[in-house]
Write a protein that binds this ligand. Structure first.
Ligand code: WT7
Length: 645
């Protein structure tokens, strides 16, 4: 566990919701207590009622079937999440309500009402079918943050194709691995994307990845930038042409509640990312419930989640959660500092955003850029602020609350993961005071606890492992193609509980504070990266013999990537070339900030690299702890004297 983050989180201070927020809030403390109790005492009744607010083609016969570690929710039920996100809302009179307001980095604005979005999704579903995609097929999406990304996801869901969205910042190799692992039939991409004014050649990357992966049959290409691309005859189809030819009539498929909805790759403690599998009915019920409850959603809200759809936050709180609730969402294509650090505040003023959901790393960048940017804009439309992705330090929390929220808007921290599908820990904004730095209380149905490795629950304020003691509807069902890994990683670490991989503690009021990962996973600017993934990228360079990667606390990014590299004998390596190599292998998000070209690594006699000591070297700390197990303790002094490149 990282001591430095722990230290930052020590501060404790309660901030109650403002009276004007609390008065209008839907859920108060008594509601939470009563609902939380029911959700654990009678989960069948609780979740049955939640799911029952949505449309089912066929009702379920059993709410939960739990055969540890496999859960089935709403057994026997048939439904369609895209139907619930669109048709159902049009049917209940929201056809003319704005579903998506999209703004491009270049300032272009496109708006879709629920009826228009439904039209496009129906067309896109027909396009997928005409390309030979059927229920159960995997479709990879490699797209910029444009409305077509949402349309493509919902079109997949409509026909029962399993989408696998790959973040547009991933490299050719990372994309090829994900296409190959999922054995996708179709890739949906764009000619290129805009990022900080630059043009990123997505289609070129897609072509190279397609060749590497070998499994793709078709490619659908959205025109975004107008960049020249090579269209391969018989394989590639322009999105706009196919959409024009497609009909708008389409009946959403009635899918089994446990039909897989999507695969989303995330980093773990091995070199290979895992495909987290989510299914239909349970994910739908939980994203629907949490979106409404956690964000105190009202009919006239404009919700803005600044995540990319390539991450789970985008899946659950740009696409499914908001649309299931008939909400209006703002979607933004570009970077927060285009043309300058005022971009978000300008957008909030112009569009009158009422709820903002963003990440601590962004908040810290805004803090650093200076108050003059937000202060230039009218942010009075805001009423609620959310944070996600990593622990939010109290200093950033307070800045967000004071400068962005004008001390009027509650700030809620939300802890969850790709695997959990929906928000698991938070402080309901109208119900309880927030404790800056603490994620808060368990969401409905979430039986969270702090345990040691033996599965014993710890006392208040004792640091341990965050676990969930029973299944919840939006939990991952398996790791794609590797159920054994699912079993071992999540249900095999501590007996009979879900192991989140995070260190945490719970205080006497029941508030959870999540400290950070306890495995070899880094959190860099809210992006999850496996140290072993970066190490395998490094050693794939012909001049690298061995590599060890650790995180170093960073004031803005949370953590930064530090690499210790041993060169092949007779070779020299240029750190700039190594950074380029990692960018090629994974993507710029994994590029090491600091590189040590070392002559040896601290290893035990049995050859295990002691990363603990490397973390201390990287942070410039005194070496502490027992170094006697090291084969050569002098390595540490030599490393500390090695120049950082
Ligand atoms: C890991 C999950 C679903 C959120 C986006 C990231 C860390 C996430 C918090 C928070 C402290 C947090 C954890 C977790 N994390 N939110 N509010 N406080 N830590 O999803 O990529 O699957 O990463 O992010 O370490 O395990 P992800």
């Amino acid at each position: 566990m990282s001591d430095s983050i722990d230290h930052v989180l020590q501060e404790e201070h309660l901030v109650a919701p403002s009276p004007e927020f609390a008065q209008r809030a839907t859920l108060h403390a008594e509601d939470y207590q009563q609902m939380y109790r029911e959700s654990l005492d009678d989960p069948e009744a609780f979740w049955g009622r939640v799911a029952g607010e949505l449309h089912w083609h066929t009702p379920w016969t059993q709410v939960l079937d739990w055969q540890e570690p496999h859960a089935q929710w709403f057994v026997g039920g048939k439904t369609n999440i895209a139907h619930n996100a669109l048709d159902r809302n049009v049917q209940r009179g929201l056809g003319d309500k704005r579903a998506i307001i999209w703004e491009g980095e270049d300032g272009e604005i496109r708006t879709f009402t629920y009826s228009q979005l439904l039209d496009d999704v129906q067309r896109a579903a027909n396009v997928l079918t005409s390309l030979g995609v059927v229920a159960g097929d995997r479709v990879t999406l490699y797209l910029p943050m444009i409305p077509e990304a949402v349309i493509a996801m919902l079109a997949c869901a409509r026909i029962g194709a399993i989408h696998s969205v790959v973040f547009g910042g991933f490299s050719v190799n990372a994309l090829a691995d994900r296409i190959g692992n999922a054995e996708s039939k179709l890739l949906i991409t764009a000619d290129a994307s805009y990022r900080r004014g630059a043009v990123v050649p997505l289609k070129d990357n897609a072509d190279a990845a397609a060749q590497k992966a070998g499994v793709l049959e078709k490619m659908l290409v959205v025109r975004r930038t107008g960049s020249a691309v090579q269209m391969q005859d018989g394989r590639d189809v322009w999105w706009h042409e196919a959409m024009q030819d497609a009909g708008t009539e389409h009946e959403a498929a009635a899918l089994d509640s446990e039909h897989p909805l999507f695969v989303l790759y995330t980093s773990g403690s091995t070199g290979k990312p895992k495909g987290v599998v989510h299914t239909t009915g349970g994910y739908m019920a939980a994203t629907y419930l949490t979106m409404g409850a956690v964000f105190d959603l009202k009919d006239d809200d404009l919700f803005w989640c600044t995540a990319d759809v390539g991450w789970v936050t985008g899946h659950s709180y740009i696409v499914y959660g908001p649309l299931l609730n008939g909400a209006s969402v703002l979607m933004y294509e570009g970077a927060p500092n285009q043309p300058d650090w005022g971009r978000y505040w300008d957008m909030i003023e112009r569009h009158k955003v009422s709820i903002l959901y963003t990440a601590p790393t962004a908040i810290r960048s805004f803090m650093r850029a200076g108050d003059e940017f937000p202060n230039r804009f009218d942010l009075s439309s805001l009423r609620l602020l959310g944070s996600v992705g990593e622990p939010i330090n109290p200093e950033a929390w307070r800045w967000y609350w004071r400068v962005i929220g004008g001390e009027r808007c509650p700030v809620i921290d939300t802890w969850w993961q790709t695997e959990t599908g929906s928000i698991m820990l938070t402080t309901l904004p109208g119900a309880f005071p927030a404790k800056p730095g603490s994620a808060g209380l368990p969401m409905f149905g979430v039986d969270a606890a702090i345990m040691n490795m033996q599965g014993e629950e710890l006392e208040a304020n004792e640091g341990g492992y965050l676990v969930i003691r029973r299944p919840w509807p939006s939990m991952l069902r398996t790791v794609y193609g590797d159920d054994d890994r699912y079993r071992k990683t999540y249900w095999g670490e501590i007996p009979h509980v879900y192991f989140a991989g995070d260190g945490a503690r719970r205080d006497a009021d029941g508030y959870f504070t999540v400290v950070g990962r306890v495995d070899d996973v880094l959190n860099v600017s809210g992006h999850r990266l496996g140290t072993m993934e970066i190490e395998s990228a490094l050693v794939s360079h012909p001049s690298v013999a061995e590599a060890a990667v650790v995180g170093k606390p960073d004031a803005v990014k949370g953590e930064s990537v530090v690499a210790f590299v041993l060169t092949q004998s007779g070779h020299t390596v240029d750190p700039a070339e190594l950074r380029k190599h990692v960018t090629r292998e994974i993507g710029a998000l994994a590029r090491p900030d600091a590189i040590y070209i070392a002559d040896a690594l601290p290893k035990t006699r049995s050859g295990k690299i002691m990363r603990r000591f490397l973390r201390q070297v990287a942070a410039g700390q005194e070496i502490s702890g027992d170094t006697s197990t090291l084969e050569d303790p002098a390595v540490l002094e030599r490393l500390a004297a090695t120049p950082v490149q």
